[in-house]
Design a protein around this ligand. Structure first.
Ligand code: PEP
Length: 248
């Protein structure tokens, strides 16, 4: 039995003040929902203020990225210990925007996961294919490469996978419930063949998730939650998504 897990990736949105305003409105809306794990991933600069406001709440806090070295001369980067000290339990690694705009390879993703896990952070590992890769029937090859590279020499402890088809991110196009479930089933099979305890790993779907489509997605056997961008920026919209995932 996998507990549904709904995470908000705010990307480069919201000042600290806007983060606080969101949390003050959002937390009361979800306070009675205990059967869903909920996570907010604000920008680095808002993490500490978010953490202060979330101390008496079950809502989890995560970062959107982390560096793969412990400390030192890496201007502009943030280390796992800094995230832990600021109140994060999780970090998103390998988002397609990091891969595309910041040249993150599976090898870098693997290094980041290794260091972050060794420090005790839980991971949301993002994988997913482009439209061109899907249309040329290369989806499973691409996912196979991303999973083998990103998870090399790692166990599945503390890992959630977010399957995010790039063509569905921020485009309003969602994979159909069946398309998403089929791909999640492939990922679960891959995990089962290559790692221990694959059944306990949660696989989130990401890509234009909104209040209107969460229930259909969650009704699928292999979909354990969602990583949500645009529709997580407003408290009522994100609360509706969390509510839609409750009861699975
Ligand atoms: C994301 O970038 O992780 C994402 C899923 O974005 P959106 O929900 O806006 O498609």
């Amino acid at each position: 039995m996998r507990k549904p897990f709904i995470a908000a990736n705010w990307k480069m949105n919201k000042t600290s003040q806007e983060t606080e305003e969101f949390i003050r409105s959002f937390v009361p809306l979800v306070k009675d929902i205990t059967d869903v794990d909920i996570l907010l991933a604000p920008s680095f600069i808002s993490i500490e203020s978010a953490s202060r406001l979330l101390t008496s709440s079950d809502v989890l806090l995560g970062a959107q990225n982390v560096y793969h070295e412990e400390s030192g001369a890496f201007t502009g980067e943030i280390a796992p210990d800094m995230l832990l000290a600021a109140g994060c339990s999780h970090v998103i690694i390998g988002h397609s925007e990091r891969r595309e705009y910041f040249s993150e390879t599976d090898d870098v993703v693997n290094k980041k996961i290794k260091l972050a896990r060794s420090k005790g952070l839980d991971i949301i590992l993002c994988i997913g294919e482009s439209l061109e890769q899907r249309e040329s029937n290369r989806t499973f090859d691409v996912l196979n490469g991303q999973l083998s590279g990103s998870l090399a020499d790692l166990s599945l402890d503390g890992i959630t996978i977010a399957y995010e088809p790039i063509w569905a991110i921020g485009t309003g196009k969602t994979a159909t419930d069946e398309q998403a479930n089929e791909t999640h089933a492939f990922i679960r099979e891959w995990l089962g063949k290559n790692k221990k305890n694959a059944d306990s790993v949660r696989i989130q779907y990401g890509g234009s998730v909104k209040p209107e489509n969460i229930e259909g997605l969650m009704s699928q056997s292999e979909i354990d939650g969602a990583l949500v961008g645009g529709a997580s920026l407003k408290p009522d919209s994100f609360a509706k998504i969390v509510t839609g995932a409750s009861g699975k």
